[in-house]
Design a protein around this ligand. Structure first.
Ligand code: HEM
Length: 463
């Protein structure tokens, strides 16, 4: 009885103290915290954020408090920022004061040694190795292999009712494996796919590692993935094969990584490469379908670049300015990564406010991309707005600074190649009337955009 009383009293005192600090902002800092509210003790404003379209939450806060405000979500106090200057401060100029941060369960699932979770020397070393495999010089040689994957994907969808996102995920997964393992990928594709599909199902599950749970199955699949990777690495070591793919870069020279570091980063790159690029492709299919004049103009541009005997070349992909603007505008309107997470490593002063050590900081890419100050009529899909370059730090679909996306050239290349064949050979019709957006965690047309796809010369089949 007495212990219960003491526990209740302690809990009440702790909650009051917490509430007092949150309500009256008495953290004892020299500067005030940014404006905003922190919601309920412990729960914060998580419910407000996730019970509606998250953009409504961000937009309402920004309207009320301006471009820097505090909140409390997923158990953490945080500062949200939505001005280009603040995003540059956090991601570029003072990036050493803001470390990347992920929930521990997600980190465990992807692998603790993966690039996303690090700063400093180890991060720099990884970036160098990743960029070596994904810079234009390296991916130039892969255009025909990527084209073969695009043609295979589109052929397999012909005449069927498909879920666009699902099919695009298969394509982007195959391109990711090709860039990681080179031509060897075909040998391991099915095993890797099987394990990765189980792994990802646990990504958004409760992190309870008990037999029968999704999380447990996912961790088991992760182990199996690491075993397959160890086998691939051992075979490469035996044959001493040199290769300019990502695995070759990770294993190469004096900078080579351990097997565990390689496994964590290979899984990490698949995670970073697949759903992101597939979401963007899905949005492009949606926007082209809704804007016949743009589709016609893109088709005309692509017909002028029909590729030689050998199919498309790297040079051909540089003759697609309008298609490139369609990709840029899609990246802006859809902003599939609405925000990212950092954590202040010390108390940081910004614009007269303090961002306390340990608080999360969220640059809100979507708010910046949808600001009428930088993009007039921001909700309108209008690729021509990219005929002029956007103002600095207003367009960051691939992030910015130390952790900016090293796969952006590959992503753009695989999208261009697929669009070339899609627009010149096919037409499609959306099935169903749903028009919403789902987040999982990337923004996606509802239900993954079900469509029916037919050859252009058989498009009556779509009626
Ligand atoms: C259109 C598709 C893509 C989009 C929109 C995208 C977006 C992003 C963004 C915004 C970041 C920075 C996140 C942050 O600062 O917290 C990032 C990081 C990253 N992306 Fe991408 N990405 C895409 C495709 C790819 C592809 C195809 C690959 C691999 C081939 C890739 C590999 C990575 C890696 C490894 C990182 C972490 C970099 C680091 O921490 O230093 N991404 N991506």
């Amino acid at each position: 009885m007495l212990t219960t009383f003491i526990a209740v009293a302690l809990f009440a005192a702790f909650s009051l103290h917490y509430l007092y600090k949150h309500l009256f902002n008495t953290y004892g800092y020299r500067l005030p915290l940014p404006p905003g509210t922190l919601g309920w003790p412990y729960i914060g404003e998580t419910f407000e954020l996730y019970s509606q379209d998250p953009n409504v939450f961000f937009a309402a806060k920004q309207k009320k408090y301006g471009s820097i405000f505090k909140s409390h979500i997923l158990g953490c106090p945080c500062v949200m920022i939505s001005s280009p200057a603040a995003a540059k401060f956090v991601l570029v100029t003072k990036s050493h004061l803001f470390k990347p941060t992920f929930p521990a369960s997600k980190q465990r699932m992807l692998g603790n040694q993966a690039i996303f979770f690090h700063q400093g020397d180890y991060h720099q070393k990884l970036r160098k190795l990743v960029l070596r495999a994904f810079m234009p010089e390296a991916i130039k040689a892969r255009v025909s292999d990527i084209e073969a994957l695009a043609l295979h994907s589109l052929n397999s969808c012909e005449g069927r009712l498909i879920t666009t996102f699902h099919e695009m995920k298969t394509y982007t997964f195959n391109v990711a494996l090709l860039s990681i393992f080179g031509k060897d990928e075909i040998l391991y594709r099915e095993d890797l796919k099987r394990c990765y599909y189980v792994l990802e199902q646990g990504y958004n599950s409760m992190p309870v590692n008990l037999p029968g749970t999704l999380f447990h199955k996912s961790m088991k699949a992760r182990k199996e993935l690491a075993q397959i990777l160890a086998k691939i690495i051992a075979t490469r070591r035996q044959t001493k094969a040199e290769s300019n793919d990502l695995l070759g870069s990770f294993m190469g020279g004096s900078e080579g990584l351990t097997d565990e570091q390689i496994a964590d980063n290979v899984i990490g790159v698949i995670f970073a490469a697949r759903d992101t690029t597939a979401s963007v492709l899905t949005w492009i299919v949606k926007y082209l379908g809704e804007n016949p004049a743009v589709l016609q103009a893109v088709t005309k541009e692509q017909e002028a670049v029909m590729g030689g005997e050998q199919g498309l070349s790297w040079a051909d992909t540089k003759k697609m300015p309008l298609t490139t603007r369609v990709i840029q505008e899609t990246l802006r309107v859809a902003t599939i990564l609405s925000f990212t997470f950092r954590e202040a490593v010390e108390d940081v002063e910004y614009e007269g406010y303090v961002i306390p050590k340990g608080w999360k900081v969220l640059p809100l890419f979507r708010n910046i991309h949808h600001s009428p100050d930088f993009f007039p009529e921001p909700e309108k899909f209008d690729p021509s707005r990219f005929e002029a370059s956007p103002k600095p730090n207003t367009f960051m679909p691939f992030g910015s600074g130390t952790h900016a996306c090293p796969g952006n050239e590959l992503a753009k290349l695989e999208i261009l190649v697929l669009l070339h064949h899609l627009t010149t050979k096919y037409r499609w019709r959306k099935v169903g009337t749903q028009n919403g957006i789902q987040y999982g965690p990337f923004a996606l047309p509802q239900n993954g955009l079900p469509i029916r796809l037919a050859r252009r010369d058989e498009k009556e089949a779509l009626l």
